[in-house]
Design a protein around this ligand. Structure first.
Ligand SMILES: [Zn+2]
Length: 327
């Protein structure tokens, strides 16, 4: 376990400690069969989610849950169980997260889009992020009928949400327009912060048996915006390519983006038809037997504070989001 540190977000104040205690207590009282799935994206000393916070969460999971990989799931839930998922497979999945998982003895599920992981193609939203980053210092940018302010985070977030809501062709057009405004293409060799886990490094992790791949499509589209044929292609090829790479069956799918609206009954039927046994969304929450839907699994997004995680486990997350008007 981690020792106390000067920048420990757990020491964030009395209010936080009270929340933490209440959540922990309620969670222990409600503790029963469930599947908790933690979501990680990027982790690093210079990022919002720092390695010490992740180590704390891993240690907590190992203490309180039976840790599982998708291939070990036998249907339903009969005890407190958990999985740890990493979305997209940026290089820090290997350099930062994997050593922590080894140290804490927890398995990892890495969800990778195959164009990115196998062919080193930029993720479309990383191209967008790169282009937006080049615009910093510009007061405002007008593109595709939208205006955003590159140095104003809420404006950038709203612009990105808008782009995500578009069809694939509209989305690509706006990203390319922005790159034209920037005046140069993203570099062919991705800068470190955008790079995927190198394939050899992935092979090394898979060989330990503590890491499993999860399909995450080919191009990371919003699945509900795809035609039926495109949907089938993203689901079948994304899986077949990972199976060919790893030589193992891939049983899990992770909906790209994953929030409500990026999957629906049609996409779920396609996921089932493609032969996946489980599918992860980004809808927050814990999966309990009464509401358990293996093809729409809820997940808990990693947070700098462990108490936010226990709050979600205790079922207080939805209540808090409603209070904040975000649910
Ligand atoms: Zn993703």
């Amino acid at each position: 376990m981690c020792g106390p540190e000067v920048r420990d977000p757990e020491a964030a104040g009395v209010k936080e400690q009270v929340w933490s205690l209440v959540s922990e207590l309620i969670w222990r009282m409600r503790r029963g069969p469930c599947l908790a799935v933690l979501t990680l994206h990027r982790v690093g000393a210079d990022l919002t989610i720092q390695p010490d916070a992740v180590a704390r969460m891993f240690a907590y999971l190992r203490r309180h849950f039976r840790m599982m990989l998708p291939s070990q799931w036998t249907g339903g839930v009969s005890e407190p169980s958990a999985m740890i998922t990493i979305d997209d497979g940026h290089e820090d999945a290997h350099d930062v997260i994997y050593p922590l998982a080894r140290r804490e003895g927890v398995p990892l599920v890495i969800c990778v889009p195959t164009d990115y992981f196998l062919r080193d193609r930029w993720l479309w939203f990383d191209r967008l992020n790169w282009a937006i980053a080049q615009c910093r210092g510009t007061p405002q940018v007008r593109v595709g009928g939208e205006t955003f302010f590159p140095d104003h985070r809420p404006s950038v977030v709203a612009f990105k949400m808008h782009v995500k809501s578009l069809s694939r062709s509209e989305r690509d057009a706006i990203v390319e327009d922005l790159i034209r405004i920037v005046g140069r293409e993203p570099p062919a060799v991705m800068p470190k912060e955008y790079r995927p886990v190198p394939r050899e490094a992935m092979r090394g992790m898979l060989a330990t048996g503590t890491v499993e791949l999860c399909a995450h499509s080919v191009t990371h589209p919003v699945m509900t915006r795809l035609e039926d044929a495109e949907l089938r292609e993203e689901l079948a090829r994304g899986r077949a390519e990972l199976e060919a790479f790893s030589g193992r069956p891939v049983v899990a799918f992770c909906y790209p983006h994953g929030q409500a609206g990026t999957f629906d009954d049609r996409t779920q039927a396609a996921v089932a038809q493609a032969g996946y046994r489980i599918a992860f969304t980004s809808v927050p929450g814990v999966n309990r037997p009464r509401s358990f839907d293996p093809l729409r699994l809820r997940r808990i997004h990693v947070h700098p504070r462990l108490s936010m995680f226990t709050r979600e486990l205790a079922g207080l997350g939805g209540w808090r989001r409603r209070l904040a008007g975000a649910d």
